[in-house]
Each structure stands twice: as structure tokens, then as C-alpha cells.
Design a protein around this ligand. Structure first.
Ligand SMILES: Cc1cc2nc3c(=O)[nH]c(=O)nc-3n(C[C@H](O)[C@H](O)[C@H](O)COP(=O)(O)OP(=O)(O)OC[C@H]3O[C@@H](n4cnc5c(N)ncnc54)[C@H](O)[C@@H]3O)c2cc1C
Length: 385
């Protein structure tokens, strides 16, 4: 299908594919097995200016938007979504600065993210605040010299590896979510340490870790935007980033579809290739339809974000839900088509099936996003009644 992407977008996509095939493919199984953070590949991505893609030109980026970022995420995920999510989390870690930061904050943090010299991360989740992100407990008390942070964030992508963390904290704990604010905490700030490193089902080469703040003094100039706006900033951030998760899912599903087609073209049973069996053909056709439909929705949502549309919550959530459900179906069927071989680590589809699962869970579980979409539908109906 032609998505009418520009020449520059095609160049970015092709370069991401080349890097994924040349640098990631040879090591993806080993990285997954060893649960090793892909630092060498992150450096390759930085050398190829991939981190500049989503940063404005005035801060040493290439000035791309959501769609350009999505194209890179998709191509990396087609080969290994651990690498893709480690890359994407850096964007997640700096979007709040990009959208709400002061000029000084942008100059301080964005060029380092653009060059790939420092990675970013975004932290809202806590033991008591997962789907109910408004129930955070980490506090940031205003004291002389800045804010004193206390609390623990959990399941943070790039935790321990990133150097620039956008953290959602309570600057006024009496107000709940309306007392939340976003603040940048740099690695090596005294009082900021890393806790449990998670061992995971999928995206095993990505780092998922606890952030622990114990009387951690953060300068006042690191607060992003106005105090009390942190929860709204976080929700807008997810509106902008969910097409990226959708493209992560599309990339995984695309990789699984290709692997299943390859296998079906080689495997002979009952004196015929699997690809010539109607049942397998139907499965492959349905998988291809799912991938293309998911991609169409994901690109459309990304383009809506780039258009500057005021409210993209619904479309952005729809793209994430649809693509992640599609990825789960497609990867599961890819394993089925590859049979016993597909269940083995010699083939990539078992990893893709494990990796696909997380796309249904993070950045708003699909159940919670379906709830949100239903609420918008009700509001829309009430407005038109
Ligand atoms: C690998 C990984 C990486 C992550 N990276 C980050 C990160 O970088 N930064 C960050 O801040 N967070 C991160 N997270 C956290 C992630 O966003 C949360 O795990 C997710 O939002 C779900 O929260 P939870 O795990 O607490 O599940 P829960 O909220 O406990 O939900 C459990 C189940 O209940 C369902 N459920 C909950 N409430 C409802 C409801 N109202 N209606 C219907 N069903 C409901 C959920 O859909 C889910 O199926 C990461 C998580 C993982 C696993």
C-alpha cells in the first residue's frame, strides 16, 4: 500500500531498515538471551543521526515529527523491538521538555538527546499507580534550593541507562493529580538511585527498572512548565507517543508475517508446501490484512499528531489498541504456521510473540484505552443529541 510518505521520510525509513538488518539482526537473539542493553546499537543509531529525527532543528535535530519517529520505530521493531523501545523511550523522555520546557531547558537537554550522547526516560508509574496513574505518591517538596524528591517509580524503560529523566511528582500532595508536576532529574543527582532491574517475558534486551528518590534535591529550574500541570502534560505526552507504540506493534507483526511466509514457502508436509494449503493461505492473508490495517491507522494517527490537531486522544488510543491486538494475533499465528520450529529459539517468531504482548499493556493498557474511547463516544453523542 502506498502511504505517500515524502522522499525524506522514505530516506529515514530506509536507513532505519538498513541499520536494523545490518547491525541488529545478527545480535538480536543473543541480546534477548543475555538480557543485555543494546549499547553498541544505540551508538550506531546515534552515529546515523537517528536520535536527531524527532528533535527540532534549532536544538540540533532534523525537525521530524511523530510520523518520522514512527517510521524508525517500525523498522527497528520489525527486527527487534527491544532496540526500538530503548530508542523510543529517549523521545518519550524529552517530549515534555520540547512541548512545555523553557528555552534554557531545551538548550540544556535536547541537543544531548539529539546526538544520542545521553538517553532519556519518562517515569510516571509507581507501585500504587499503574492504570490509575493519578494515584502517584512520589513527592517533591519545595525547599530552599529546589525540590526535595522522595518516592519510587517502577517499570521505567531505560531506567539506569538513561541520563535525563522526566519524572511526574506531587508538588502539592493535598491536591492529588491536580498537584502533580513534571521535573527533570539527571542521573548522578545525589539521592537518586536505581532499584530492581526487571526480568521480562519480552523486550528482554531493554532496561526496565525502578527509580528510587531519597531526599533527592533537584534544582527549581528543572521543573517543566507550571506546577500542577504534570498530569495533563503526561496525558498529552501519551496522546503523542501512542502512535509510536502502534508502529512498534506494526513492526513486530510485519517481521512475524515475513518470517511465516518464508517458512511456509520452504516447509513441505503431505508432499506440498505449506503455502499451497488453503488453511495456511487464509491465515497468511488475514495476517497481512491486519498488518496493513494497523499500519494505516497508526500512520493516520501520527499524521494527526503532526497536524497540530487539538485533540488526538481518541485516534491515538485507537491506533495503539488496534495495532497491538493485531500484533498479538499475527505473531501467535506466525508461531502456529512455523509449528514446532516456531516454538524454538532458532526461529525469530517466538521472540516476536513474546515482544508483542507488551504493546497491549504499556502506555495505557488496551482495556483502559477502550474505556477512554467509549467515554469520548458518549461525550460525542451527548454533544450531538
Ligand atoms: C516492560 C514495561 C515497560 C514500562 N515502561 C514504562 C515507562 O517507561 N514509564 C512508565 O511510567 N511506566 C512504564 N511502564 C508501566 C506501564 O505503563 C504499566 O504497567 C501499565 O500502565 C499498566 O499498569 P499496571 O502494570 O500497574 O497494571 P494495572 O493497572 O494493575 O492493571 C492490571 C490489569 O487490570 C486492568 N485494568 C486496570 N484498571 C482497569 C479499568 N479501569 N478497566 C478495565 N481494566 C482495568 C488492566 O487493563 C490490566 O489488564 C512499563 C511497564 C512495563 C511492563
Amino acid at each position: 500500500m502506498d502511504y505517500f510518505i515524502s522522499e525524506q521520510q522514505q530516506t529515514i525509513k530506509s536507513l532505519a531498515r538498513k541499520l536494523a538488518e545490518e547491525r541488529v539482526l545478527p545480535v538480536r537473539a543473543e541480546l534477548d538471551e543475555k538480557e543485555e542493553f543494546p549499547w553498541a546499537i544505540i551508538k550506531d543509531l546515534a552515529d546515523a543521526d537517528m536520535f536527531r529525527v524527532f528533535i527540532p532543528e534549532e536544538y540540533e535535530g532534523l525537525g521530524g515529527g511523530c510520523l518520522e519517529l514512527c517510521l524508525v520505530i517500525e523498522e527497528l521493531s520489525r527486527v527487534c523491538s527491544s532496540v526500538a523501545v530503548s530508542y523510543a523511550a529517549s523521545a518519550l523522555g524529552c517530549f515534555t521538555v520540547m512541548d512545555y520546557g523553557t528555552e534554557e531547558q531545551k538548550r540544556r537537554f535536547l541537543p544531548d538527546i539529539a546526538s544520542g550522547k545521553r538517553l532519556g526516560a519518562f517515569a510516571i508509574t509507581e507501585p500504587t499507580a499503574g492504570s490509575d496513574a493519578s494515584n502517584i505518591k512520589t513527592t517533591a517538596e519545595k525547599v530552599e534550593g529546589g525540590y526535595l524528591l522522595n518516592g519510587t517509580k517502577q517499570f521505567i524503560t531505560n531506567g539506569g541507562e538513561a541520563e535525563i529523566y522526566t519524572v511526574i511528582v506531587l508538588t502539592d500532595k493535598t491536591k492529588g493529580a491536580r498537584g502533580a508536576s513534571a521535573i527533570i532529574v539527571e542521573k548522578d543527582t545525589p539521592g537518586f538511585t536505581f532499584g530492581k532491574k526487571e526480568k521480562k517475558l519480552g523486550i528482554r534486551a531493554s532496561a526496565t527498572r525502578e527509580l528510587v528518590f531519597r531526599n533527592c534535591l533537584v534544582p527549581e529550574e528543572n521543573l517543566i512548565g507550571r506546577p500542577g500541570m504534570g498530569f495533563i502534560q503526561a496525558m498529552r505526552l501519551f496522546d503523542r507517543s501512542r502512535p509510536g507504540i502502534a508502529c512498534q506493534a506494526v513492526g513486530i507483526a510485519q517481521g512475524a508475517l515475513e518470517a511465516a511466509v518464508d517458512y511456509a514457502q520452504q516447509r513441505v508436509q503431505f508432499n506440498q508446501l505449506l503455502i499451497s494449503m488453503p488453511v495456511v493461505q487464509n491465515m497468511l492473508a488475514d495476517m497481512a490484512i491486519q498488518v496493513e490495517a494497523a499500519r494505516a491507522l497508526a500512520y493516520a494517527a501520527a499524521r494527526m499528531v503532526d497536524s497540530g490537531a487539538r485533540n488526538v486522544s481518541e485516534e491515538s488510543a485507537m491506533s495503539k489498541v488496534f495495532a497491538s491486538d493485531a500484533a498479538m494475533k499475527v505473531t501467535t499465528n506466525a508461531v502456529q504456521i512455523c509449528g514446532g520450529a516456531g516454538y524454538m529459539k532458532d526461529y525469530p517468531v517466538e521472540k516476536m510473540m513474546r515482544d508483542a504482548k507488551i504493546t497491549q499493556i504499556y502506555e495505557g493498557s488496551n482495556e483502559v484505552l477502550r474505556n477512554a474511547i467509549a467515554v469520548s463516544l458518549r461525550k460525542r453523542k451527548a454533544r450531538t443529541a
